[in-house]
Design a binder for this molecule. Structure first.
Ligand code: ZN
Length: 68
């Protein structure tokens, strides 16, 4: 066993610290003002439907600057 077994991650959706096996990561393109500038890794609880759903919509920059 290593210390990794005790690793926790913070869910970006509910902001809670969760054990490693309860956290999944989804990689999305990071889009700012309509341009893809990189990737963003969004962590979410894989055992909470609200977090799984939230991760689909989540973006670190969403809402700061929405262009229509
Ligand atoms: Zn969560």
């Amino acid at each position: 066993m290593t210390l990794d077994a005790f690793k926790t991650w913070k869910c970006h959706i509910c902001k809670e610290e969760r054990p490693d096996d309860k956290i999944s990561v989804v990689t999305k393109p990071l889009v700012i003002n309509g341009q893809t500038v990189g990737d963003q890794n969004i962590r979410y609880c894989n055992d909470r439907p609200a977090c799984i759903e939230g991760a689909k919509e989540f973006s670190f920059f969403k809402g700061k600057r929405e262009e229509r």
